[in-house]
Design a protein around this ligand. Structure first.
Ligand SMILES: NC(=O)c1ccc[n+]([C@@H]2O[C@H](COP(=O)([O-])OP(=O)(O)OC[C@H]3O[C@@H](n4cnc5c(N)ncnc54)[C@H](O)[C@@H]3O)[C@@H](O)[C@H]2O)c1
Length: 355
C-alpha cells in the first residue's frame, strides 16, 4: 500500500556552481531522492535565505509554505520525514529539535557535528525519541564500494589486516573514507586512536575550521589497523583506499576502473568493472529510499544509521584530541569539545600560533 509521508526540508541551497550558490545545494538531491520513492509529499521548507527558498520552489515547481524559523515548521507541519541540509554547526540543534517534534525519520547531511559532545547528544535524543536518524554517507550505496565489501566478505583477499585511505581533509571528505573503513570492517568499533594535525592557515569547509594535514592511525577491536592521511601532500601510492588482507589486496581508485584487487597468486590486478564510479547522486536516491523503507518495514535498519556515523565521528575527534594530548587516545573519547578548535583558539596551532 502506498502511503504519503509528510516531508520537509531545512536548508534548501542552490546547486553547486549555479549563480548564488553557497555550497552544493544538497537539498536538491535529497528532494529528488525522496520524491522518487513516490511515498513522500514535500509539505514545507525552512530557510533563512528568501532567495534560496524562492529559487528552490521555482526549480522544482512547488507551492508549499516557506518558514524562516525551522522550529515553527517543525511545530506546525507534523512532519514524518525531514532532510537537514544546512552547514555542520547547525546539524545538532536541528536534528535534536526534529526528534523532539516527533519527526519519525531524519536524513541529515554529513558531517554529524562540530563537537563530539553534540554528536553524542544527537544520538541520545534520537534514541530516546525513537526517530530513525541517518547521515548522508551515501557512498555505501555505490557499486564500487558494495562490490569491494562483497569481495572482502567472500574472503577474496583473506582476513582484513589493515586499511589505508587518503583525501583532502579529515573533517569533511574524510568522514566518507572513515565511514567506508567501518563499512568494510563490519562496523567493528575502534579501540584507540593516535593522530596528529597541522592547521597553519585558516581554511573553512562549510563554515567549519578544517585542518590542512592530518594523520589518523587507529586500531579496531578485531585487531585491524587503519590509517587516514589527509591534506595537500597526502598520498598512499595512488589509490583512494587500500585494504590489505592476509591473502591479497584491494584498491578503490580515484578514476575508472574504480575497483581492483589482487590475490597472492596473481601477477596482475583483477579489474572489477562498474558503470558507477565513487561519486554520483544515484546513491542519494538509494539512501532516501532506504530510509523510507525503514518506516514501512519495521525492523529494517537503514544502511546509514547514527550508530554507524558516530563510530567514525569519534575517530575524527579522537584524532584532534590525540594531537592536543600528544598521545594515544583510548576510546571511548571523553573530551566533548573539538580539540582542533580549542588548539586554534588558544593559539597553539593556526595562523596566530605563538612560536
Ligand atoms: N554527502 C555529500 O557528499 C555532501 C556533498 C556536499 C555537501 N555536503 C554537506 O551538506 C551540508 C550542506 O551543504 P550544502 O552544500 O548543501 O550547503 P548550501 O550552502 O548549498 O545550502 C545550505 C542552505 O542552508 C540554509 N540555511 C542556513 N541557515 C539556516 C537556518 N538557520 N535555517 C534554515 N536554513 C538555513 C542556507 O540559506 C542555504 O540555503 C554540509 O554539511 C556539507 O558538508 C555533503
Amino acid at each position: 500500500m502506498t502511503r504519503r509521508y509528510r516531508y520537509g526540508i531545512i536548508g534548501t541551497g542552490i546547486p553547486w556552481k549555479q549563480e548564488g550558490a553557497t555550497g552544493f545545494g544538497m537539498a536538491n538531491p535529497h528532494y529528488r531522492g525522496f520524491t522518487a520513492t513516490d511515498r513522500t509529499t514535500l509539505v514545507a521548507i525552512a530557510n533563512t535565505n528568501d532567495d534560496h527558498a524562492r529559487l528552490f520552489k521555482s526549480r522544482h515547481g512547488l507551492h508549499c509554505p516557506v518558514y524562516h524559523d525551522y522550529r515553527e515548521m517543525l511545530s506546525k507541519e507534523r512532519l514524518d520525514i525531514v532532510s537537514i541540509c544546512t552547514w555542520p554547526h547547525l546539524h545538532a540543534e536541528m536534528t535534536i529539535a526534529a526528534c523532539e517534534a516527533g519527526v519519525r525519520a531524519i536524513h541529515c547531511e554529513k558531517p554529524m557535528a562540530t563537537t563530539w559532545g553534540d554528536a553524542k547528544r544527537m544520538r541520545a535524543v534520537a534514541e530516546s525519541s525513537g526517530a530513525i536518524l541517518s547521515f548522508n554517507h551515501q557512498r555505501r550505496f555505490l557499486a564500487p564500494f558494495q562490490s569491494a565489501k562483497r569481495l572482502i566478505e567472500s574472503g577474496s583477499i583473506g582476513a582484513i589486516e589493515r586499511m589505508e585511505a587518503t583525501c583532502g581533509d579529515m573533517s569533511d571528505w574524510g568522514t566518507h573514507w572513515l565511514d567506508m573503513m567501518f563499512y568494510f570492517n563490519e562496523e567493528t568499533p575502534a579501540e584507540w586512536v593516535l593522530g596528529q594535525i597541522d592547521s597553519r592557515e585558516e581554511v573553512r569547509t562549510f563554515g567549519v575550521w578544517t585542518e590542512q594535514q592530518a594523520v589518523s592511525h587507529f586500531k579496531f577491536k578485531n585487531g585491524v589497523r587503519a590509517a587516514l592521511y589527509t591534506g595537500f601532500e597526502a598520498n598512499i601510492g595512488g589509490p583512494a583506499i587500500r585494504v590489505t588482507g592476509s591473502e591479497g589486496v584491494l584498491e578503490i581508485l580515484w578514476e575508472s576502473p574504480w575497483l581492483r584487487y589482487k590475490m597472492a597468486k596473481d601477477a596482475d590486478w583483477r579489474i572489477v568493472n562498474s558503470d558507477e564510479g565513487i561519486h554520483g547522486e544515484a546513491a542519494i536516491d538509494r539512501a532516501c529510499a532506504d530510509l523510507v523503507d525503514c518506516l514501512e518495514r519495521p525492523g529494517h535498519a537503514p544502511l546509514l544509521t547514527v550508530e554507524h556515523a558516530i563510530q567514525h565521528t569519534e575517530v575524527i575527534f579522537a584524532t584532534f584530541e590525540s594531537s592536543r594530548r600528544r598521545g594515544r587516545i583510548d576510546l571511548p573519547l571523553t573530551a566533548d569539545d573539538s580539540a582542533l578548535i580549542d588548539l586554534v583558539q588558544r593559539g597553539e596551532i593556526g595562523p596566530s600560533r605563538s612560536s
